[in-house]
Design a protein around this ligand. Structure first.
Ligand SMILES: Cc1cc2nc3c(=O)[nH]c(=O)nc-3n(C[C@H](O)[C@H](O)[C@H](O)COP(=O)(O)O)c2cc1C
Length: 228
């Protein structure tokens, strides 16, 4: 665990340094958050390769918070950083947890943003891409609040989050977005997702580093109005 965390920190640092560096006379090397084509991306992958993908937790009983709201934590995580934050949220809220699992799992080659022909590069280059999700949320209508987590890919949410949002009638619900990234802020990723929904109340989102603590996550949750 400690080694994995150290590896993450090292790779994140390499990512930041690589993203910020540029060869003199060649202009800036675009960082992924600028959502530029992958052919111009930094040379070092930002993260460790995906570990085993945990399966969807469909068995957790429905929980409510003190306000009586039924809460779902839905997240996509290719290399488990966002999953860690989702688990912290689950400790805090005792909500239902749902992992957005791609029908076709992402391999390390798929995640190579230095390769313009990699799956992630191609999907992020195509705003209409909608990677298929394996399984679905049981009785989505029962939830009042959805915490929606994802990694930042090229400054945006991965397209599979679009697939998720377009798979359900979410009208009347409240969504609180959260993300992990090497360095990019939540930025416009959440506002772009908002455009995919109607009659949904979007709360102020939060970006976390992969190693964020439960208390970091608690601070964000404390500032949210879940009754909104
Ligand atoms: C295809 C791809 C694109 C990425 N783009 C960015 C980016 O634009 N900005 C950034 O800070 N990190 C970027 N990252 C790093 C991830 O956001 C970061 O490692 C995140 O914590 C991964 O979350 P996960 O382990 O839940 O998949 C990118 C990673 C991948 C694989």
């Amino acid at each position: 665990m400690k080694r994995t965390f150290s590896l993450f920190l090292t790779l994140a640092l390499v990512f930041v340094l690589t993203a910020c560096g540029s060869a003199p006379g060649q202009g800036s090397t675009p960082a992924p958050e600028e959502n530029t084509p992958a052919s111009t991306t930094p040379e070092t992958p930002p993260e460790s390769q995906p570990e085993d993908t945990p399966s969807t937790d469909g068995e957790t009983p429905t929980e409510t918070d003190d306000s009586g709201k039924k809460i779902l934590i839905a997240y996509f995580s290719a290399t488990n950083n966002t999953e860690g934050i989702a688990n912290h949220l689950n400790d805090i809220l005792d909500a239902d947890l749902y992992e957005i699992v791609p029908e076709q799992p992402y391999t390390s080659d798929d995640l190579n943003y230095n390769d313009s022909s990699s799956r992630s590069s191609q999907e992020m280059d195509d705003p209409s891409a909608r990677p298929a999700i394996s399984g679905s949320v049981d009785n989505m209508e029962q939830y009042d609040v959805i915490f929606l987590g994802y990694p930042i890919w090229w400054g945006e949410a991965p397209r599979i989050i679009n697939t998720f949002l377009e798979s359900y009638d979410l009208s009347g619900k409240t969504i609180a977005p959260f993300c992990t990234s090497a360095s990019s802020p939540l930025g416009s990723s959440a506002t772009m997702l908002q455009e995919l929904t109607e009659d949904v109340t979007w709360l102020e989102g939060q970006r976390f580093s992969g190693g964020a603590s439960v208390s970091d996550v608690q601070s964000w949750v404390d500032g949210l109005d879940l009754n909104g």
